[in-house]
Design a protein around this ligand. Structure first.
Ligand SMILES: [Mg+2]
Length: 273
């Protein structure tokens, strides 16, 4: 069996992809009134075999830079990655961001990062979780400090064994304040008490985001917490790759998102000329 077949057979998130619904232009608030909140992996960027191998197309970085200006700084990346990691990927550019699933936040590109909700994971717990990577070659362990991620894109057959092992550890430690985040070929264990949604809620209370209409784009299970709070914030949510519940529309692939962002820049330009 080839790796491609293997991946295709075990992909559980893309099996119900309906036709793409184009984003109605009339639905979008003017850039001067909205806060653009964008997940990174699987939304702006194509997924790669390992998290380190993602590529930022130069046109995307340019478009994000322009949109940051056009929104007067109200554009933020919202990711499970740490701020440090986000900056490495987009270097030399820096963006406002909610990192680590809400563990960290930075309100403007030149601000120091604020890590207000990030108690480190217990060492012993981390050690036990880390041992799960030994179940199979191809399981990559990523220590984010406040969370630990087991990536198995290169070992998709190990999915069940990984989740079984995590469940066994949790059963041993019923009172540990941790939560398991299932993602696309990743099982992440983090402290409970913060999520992408709590990060977004906090971000939206701060200038220059405050008072604007949030427009959030995301693709994965962890983004659903943010989809869910958008209506209450007078915001809009768009999913990527599949139509999630309650979203205003969806994009088929990250490249459709990139084309849409480029179009937003172009539209704004022609409107101001
Ligand atoms: Mg994503």
């Amino acid at each position: 069996m080839t790796m491609t077949q293997n991946l295709a057979e075990t992909t559980t998130h893309d099996n119900a992809t309906p036709d793409s619904v184009p984003v109605p232009g009339a639905l979008m608030p003017h850039l001067s009134e909205c806060a653009l909140l964008l997940d990174i992996d699987g939304t702006l960027l194509d997924m790669a075999p390992t998290p380190r191998e993602v590529w930022v197309p130069p046109e995307l970085a340019t478009a994000l830079g322009r949109l940051l200006q056009r929104t007067n700084g109200a554009l933020a990346l919202v990711s499970g990655r740490s701020l440090n990691d986000i900056d490495l990927i987009f270097a030399p550019m820096q963006f406002p961001a909610v990192g680590g699933h809400g563990a960290e936040m930075r309100l403007s590109p030149d601000n120091e990062s604020v890590a207000s909700h990030a108690p480190p994971l217990d060492k012993e717990l981390k050690r036990r979780l880390a041992a799960i990577a030994k179940l199979s070659p191809g399981i990559l362990l990523e220590d984010k400090g406040y969370s630990l991620a087991l990536h198995y894109r290169l070992a998709p057959h190990a999915e069940k064994a990984i989740y079984d092992a995590v469940s066994a550890i949790r059963a041993d430690l019923p009172n540990a304040p941790i939560e398991v985040l299932p993602g696309k070929f990743v099982c992440e264990i983090k402290h409970s008490g913060f999520t992408k949604a709590t990060g977004v809620i906090e971000l939206m209370t701060q200038e220059p985001f405050k008072g604007r209409r949030p427009v959030f784009l995301g693709d994965d299970v962890t983004d659903e917490t943010v989809f869910a709070i958008m209506p209450g914030m007078n915001g809009l949510a768009f999913s990527v790759g599949r139509r999630a519940q309650g979203v205003a529309g969806h994009f088929d692939e990250p490249r459709d998102v990139r084309a849409w962002l480029a179009q937003l820049v172009a539209d704004e330009k022609s409107a101001t000329e």
